[in-house]
Design a protein around this ligand. Structure first.
Ligand code: ADP
Ligand code: MG
Length: 219
């Protein structure tokens, strides 16, 4: 069975006449690493927002069709299950930061789930090591570079151990070496832990070789 299934989805942002997504049908099996490409404004970010349950919930607008996660319609899932199953890293990492300290930011989602402190610390340690952020745990987020903020945003999502990882141009502000490193790490998580990944990337040379499948959005 498909982990993510989208049936005949059409979506209009509030006050718009042209659909951002037009009759999308898509089935993603568990463990697949999907790369999404396409021109600017073709709907890549909107597709990720749908899978994250943010459309239409957070954005409003007109919506037709159905989206299933693991057989359950997304709109029937409660928020708590949704944030545990699906993690999203936005194009602009600042848009998702809620705390001012790196460690607090990475632990924030886990704290909201009410995880025991010991387990929480272990999860934070694991992701900070994997992303070479251990030395930055006590830093102040406004002082980080764009690339460092992207890593912190990714760390806070990975700490939740989601089943589906949605990444919207997650390496746009990183240099080529750091960008490649991050994507290789995501591929490893995908292979070892069977995490399903949907990745939007402009720089194909960084990720084409990592993907099981490539989706092209047209207009
Ligand atoms: P991409 O990520 O491929 O650049 P988007 O999903 O951001 O494309 O955008 C698809 C379409 O939806 C574009 O026409 C864009 O202008 C429009 N759009 C995106 N976000 C919003 C929003 N918050 N409100 C209104 N229109 C939006
Ligand atoms: Mg986009």
């Amino acid at each position: 069975m498909a982990l993510v299934k989208i049936e005949n989805l059409t979506y209009y942002y509030p006050g718009t006449e042209k659909p951002a997504l037009d009759r999308i049908n898509l089935s993603i099996p568990e463990g697949q690493f999907v790369l999404v490409i396409g021109g600017s404004g073709s709907g890549k970010s909107s597709l990720l927002r749908v899978i994250a349950g943010l459309i239409p919930g957070f954005y409003g607008g007109k919506y037709g069709g159905r989206v299933y996660l693991d057989g359950t319609e997304l709109r029937e899932l409660d928020k708590r299950s949704l944030v545990q199953k699906v993690g999203i890293v936005f194009q602009d990492p600042e848009a998702q930061m809620v705390m001012t300290g790196v460690e607090q930011e990475i632990a924030f989602g886990l704290e909201n789930l009410g995880l025991p402190p010991k387990l929480m610390r272990r999860r934070v340690m694991e992701v900070t090591e994997a992303l070479s952020l251990t030395g930055s745990l006590s830093r102040f987020i406004p002082e980080l570079s764009g690339g460092e903020k992207q890593k912190v945003a990714l760390a806070s999502v990975l700490a939740m151990q989601p089943e589906v990882l949605l990444l919207d141009e997650p390496t746009s502000q990183l240099d080529p070496v750091a960008g490649e490193e991050i994507l290789t790490m995501v591929r490893r998580l995908n292979e070892e832990n069977d995490i399903t990944v949907v990745l939007i990337e402009q720089r194909l040379e960084r990720c084409f070789h990592l993907a099981d499948r490539v989706l092209v959005m047209d207009e």
